[in-house]
Design a protein around this ligand. Structure first.
Ligand code: GDP
Ligand code: MG
Length: 180
């Protein structure tokens, strides 16, 4: 299909330190997974182009450089976001319990025009660990949270095994486009 329209979408990725935000982005954009823990990357964002039907979409995906530990990400990080990807680790209860804070913090800082319809996506990451035997947050619980926050789309992912990573970011693009 030929391209009839181009869009640039700013996507920000939020969640507790260590849940796999940087790894998910690396897997999606560079098809790489790094076992080593590297809290900081140099760039503010990475980009990836995808075609969704007749649109060429440039996803501009913003990562934190470890400042999420102090919850002080600065106004430039949030400004003009088109979609917010929330990430937790299915094996770490605290990372699920803090989703409310990230969600509310985003709405407060990004100052979006309509908080009711703003596109969020939730990712439950690291489903590969121990074949799923060490998970402490059930899919049901995660889906209930999504329902209570206005039907946020939910995906269970592994940045390590490349499970659902492409699917999730395609959903990010589609959801953001639908809200344009
Ligand atoms: P961030 O602080 O949220 O950016 O988390 P990182 O992407 O830096 O990941 C933290 C640690 O978890 C690193 O050691 C990663 O290699 C590891 N990690 C990230 N995603 C996964 C995953 O899907 N499965 C497993 N087993 N480890 C992961
Ligand atoms: Mg990181």
């Amino acid at each position: 299909m030929s391209v009839r329209k181009r869009s640039l979408l700013k996507v920000i990725v939020l969640g507790d330190s260590g849940v796999g935000k940087t790894s998910l982005m690396n897997q999606y954009v560079h098809k790489k997974f790094n076992q080593q823990y590297k809290a900081t990357i140099g760039a503010d964002f990475v980009t990836k182009e995808i075609q969704i039907e007749d649109r060429l979409v440039t996803l501009q995906i913003w990562d934190t450089a470890g400042q999420e530990r102090f919850q002080s990400l600065g106004v430039a990080f949030y400004r003009g976001a088109d979609c917010c990807v929330l990430v937790y680790d299915v094996n770490v209860l605290k990372s699920f319990d803090t989703l409310d804070n990230w969600h509310d913090e985003f709405l407060k800082q990004a100052n979006v025009s309509d908080p009711q319809t703003f596109p969020f996506i939730l990712l439950g990451n690291k489903v590969d660990i121990d074949g799923g035997n060490s998970r402490v947050v059930s899919q049901k619980k995660a889906k209930e949270w999504c329902a209570s926050r206005g039907n946020i789309p939910y995906f269970e992912t592994s940045a390590k095994e490349d499970i659902n990573v492409d699917t999730a970011f395609i959903c990010v693009a589609k959801t953001a486009l639908a809200n344009e």
